[in-house]
Design a protein. Structure first.
Length: 300
């Protein structure tokens, strides 16, 4: 368990120690981070092709992904709706013209295309492809180093995080309700509760959950985690404009860790500038929690 946690935490920690002042260098790091996501998903597709009894396992992957997605997102939305009722967040902002939700959804689905390309290549069973799993682990370590650098230079101070109670509370509600949903899904599927907790701990960070859980729980659960978290991002893109009118906390919470990056433009245009600080704090906290909880719950 502790070695797995160190592999996750050390690159994050060392990356967080690196201050960067040049905006151009930060921009290049962000682009490199996006590239590493594609590299990791490509390796994950190759690993998937080496599964025994492949057709039966593909059915299992989508069954697991569907059950976990329904249970986790339902638990999140129920808890967030209760939060919105107990602690209303009035939002009088007039929605701006939104970026194409179809375009953003297609951009997310491109990730499935990268997995598919890796999968097709893996079906050739070329000898050197057996090293795809080890390569993905090194790619993940590098990705976490870049994430640490990005978090350090995101402009968020500890004071700003602790002062934004709304973002912190939404994040905690998402964390605990996701655990409830993951535990229910594990019970329905006859899996260990610890596995359900691991599957619920990425909060939409599909590249991280896919590779960590593939390494620790096998390619079936790792691939199911990827599709579960990707589905969260797609559903968030579609639901934000409707949720933000009456349930602002729900609109932020459904985005998971992506509320500080990919889904932030949709949140800002739908809910105005007032929603941005809470969205960034919420995404920041979940981005810190995700690697730690994934490593903890998936450890043998």
């Amino acid at each position: 368990m502790y070695s797995g946690l160190l592999i996750i935490l050390l690159p994050l920690f060392f990356g967080y120690l690196i201050p960067i002042k040049q905006p151009s260098l930060l921009h290049n790091i962000h682009r490199l981070l996006s590239l590493m996501v594609y590299v990791i998903l490509f390796f994950m597709g190759i690993s998937l092709a080496f599964l025994d009894n492949l057709s039966a396992n593909l059915v299992t992957i989508f069954l697991y992904a569907g059950v976990f997605f329904i249970c986790i997102i339902s638990a999140n939305l129920a808890a967030l709706a209760l939060l919105d009722r107990q602690w209303p967040w009035k939002n009088a902002h007039q929605q701006e013209k939104l970026p194409s939700r179809l375009g953003m959804a297609l951009e997310s689905l491109q990730l499935c295309g990268i997995v598919a390309i890796g999968f097709v290549l893996g079906l050739t069973h070329i000898s050197w492809l057996i090293y795809a799993t080890q390569a993905s682990e090194f790619a993940l370590i590098f990705l976490l180093l870049l994430v640490g650098i990005q978090l350090r230079n995101s402009g968020m101070s500890l004071r700003e995080i602790t002062l934004n109670r709304r973002g912190m509370i939404i994040a905690l509600v998402v964390v605990f309700s996701a655990m409830v949903g993951g535990a229910i899904a594990a019970w329905l599927l006859g899996l260990p509760i610890r596995t359900g907790l691991a599957m619920s701990s990425a909060y939409g960070w599909y590249s991280l959950s896919g590779i960590i859980l593939t390494d620790s729980l096998g390619p079936v659960l790792g691939s199911a985690a990827f599709f579960n978290d990707l589905a969260r991002e797609l559903v968030a893109i579609m639901l934000i404009p409707a949720l933000v009118r009456r349930n602002v906390s729900s609109a932020v919470g459904i985005c998971g860790a992506t509320s500080m990056d990919f889904t932030l433009p949709v949140l800002q245009r739908s809910g105005g500038l007032a929603i941005v600080p809470a969205a960034i704090v919420h995404g920041f906290i979940l981005s810190l929690f995700a690697p730690v909880l994934l490593a903890f719950f998936s450890a043998p």
